[in-house]
Design a protein around this ligand. Structure first.
Ligand code: NAD
Ligand code: ZN
Ligand code: ZN
Length: 390
């Protein structure tokens, strides 16, 4: 079968590899119909998280079950399914708590695992024609409809992007009526905006500098804030002042919650050709109101092999703890516990109320995946979300 194989930074190739087989009675083998490219893949593509050469990439996939192992009880051959990015067993204590991204089973002695990702258990990824799915009863989520129908893109966003947007809102404990700023208008930031508005947030600001992404954020209902125009914290405070802040609440001209959908490869606002891993954290610390919350869904790494600005090599950054402490800020962060959300988000998609697939800008044959990676990394051609088709 064909699969996208990692070789070195900026070098992924589509290669012929063996079709996966059932290795454990709890496995299924799925023939993939769509798989997506994610900002998390870019960290590896750009050499900032280093996978083992030969790893098949891709943690966002859906398809049809071709074969199930003898102990699989719930799933059947022929079913249409989507697989959450973070693999989990469904039965360990962390899975029982719903903290599926910290599953104790999938990487013995360590916590958590994922398809096609560096340091996440060597599980071959889903930018491929087929994939082996361990613990298939847990990791294959059934979908209605038929492959390639008009909900294919919507359902594909259940693999990671939409559930991560919803998780970001949970991390920041956003309640209906909150005023929220989302930093980053990539796929995760945009689907965070969609989740926040669905959950009844009042004002939602979307901060980025890529015009097409800000345009889509605005179409989704956010107020776009271009950080290249001027300091986004000042812009948001100014907007809030102009649109009326209740008497006596002048010191609450920031936001109730701020969400980081960028991560450690944040760009420096004064020169977006270079990175500044502290940029978003520092902006959020300035912007959040007293008693507010921060949700960090963007990835921060334990070790950055090519740190920029001389910082972050060991994962430690300059976080303004004093500012955060004096404002009584609550912070949530981490990987998405997908399975808490997959079924609920699937049912929302089925209800027709949300169309997360509208962020997909490019459909590309799997054979052309290296072009998709190049395009997504360069942010050209209005690219937001790329989907590969085997
Ligand atoms: N926690 C999880 O489980 C989880 C799941 C999925 C993705 N992620 C992470 O979420 C992040 C976003 O993913 P994506 O697919 O949207 O990636 P992306 O790279 O397409 O989007 C990032 C966006 O951030 C913008 N940006 C850069 N610097 C900025 C700054 N200083 N201020 C505001 N915006 C800035 C970029 O212009 C870009 O549009 C990545 O770090 C990804 O790894 C985490
Ligand atoms: Zn992803
Ligand atoms: Zn588990």
């Amino acid at each position: 079968m064909k699969a996208v194989v990692y070789h070195a930074p900026y070098e992924v190739r589509v290669e012929e590899v063996a079709i996966p087989r059932i290795q454990d009675p709890a496995d299924a083998v799925v023939r993939l119909t769509s798989s997506a490219l994610c900002g998390s893949d870019l960290h590896m593509y750009q050499g900032r998280i280093v996978p083992e050469p030969g790893l098949i990439l891709g943690h966002e996939g859906m398809g049809v079950i071709e074969e199930v192992g003898s102990s699989v009880r719930l799933r059947k051959k022929g079913e249409r399914v989507v697989m959450p990015a973070h693999l989990f067993c469904g039965v360990c204590v962390k899975c029982a708590e719903g903290i599926t991204a910290e599953c104790l089973t999938m990487r013995p002695g360590k916590v958590g695992a994922a398809f096609g990702y560096a340091g996440e258990g060597h599980y071959p990824g889903m930018q491929a024609e087929w994939v082996r799915v361990p613990y298939a009863d847990a990791n294959c989520v059934p979908l209605p409809g038929t492959p390639g129908d008009d909900q294919e893109d919507d359902f594909l966003m259940l693999a990671d992007a939409l559930v991560s947007g919803w998780h970001a809102a949970d991390l920041a404990r956003v309640q209906g009526t909150s005023t929220v700023a989302v930093f980053g208008a990539g796929p995760i930031g945009l689907l965070t905006v969609m989740s926040l508005l669905m959950r009844g947030a009042g004002l939602v600001f979307s901060v980025d500098y890529i015009v097409e992404r800000l345009g889509l954020a605005q179409e989704l209902g956010a107020i776009p804030v271009n950080f290249q125009a001027s300091d986004p914290v000042d812009q948001i405070r100014e907007y809030r002042k102009q649109h009326g802040i209740p008497p006596g609440e002048g010191s609450l001209d920031g936001v109730d919650a701020a969400i980081d959908a960028v991560g450690f490869q944040a760009l420096d606002r004064s020169d977006p050709t270079v990175e500044n891993p502290n940029q978003v954290i520092q902006d959020m610390a300035r912007l959040v109101n007293p008693g507010g919350t921060l949700g960090i869904i963007g990835v921060y790494v334990k070790k950055d092999p090519r740190p920029t600005a001389g910082e972050g090599a060991d994962g430690s950054l300059r976080v303004p703890w004093g500012q955060l402490f004096s404002k009584d800020v609550t912070i949530g962060m981490g990987r998405t516990n997908d399975r808490q959300y997959t079924r609920r988000m699937r049912d929302l998609v089925m209800s027709g109320r949300v169309h997360p697939g509208r962020i997909v800008t490019h459909h590309i044959p799997l054979e052309a995946a290296p072009d998709g990676y190049r395009l997504f990394a360069k942010r050209t051609d209005g690219v937001i979300k790329v989907v590969f088709h085997p």
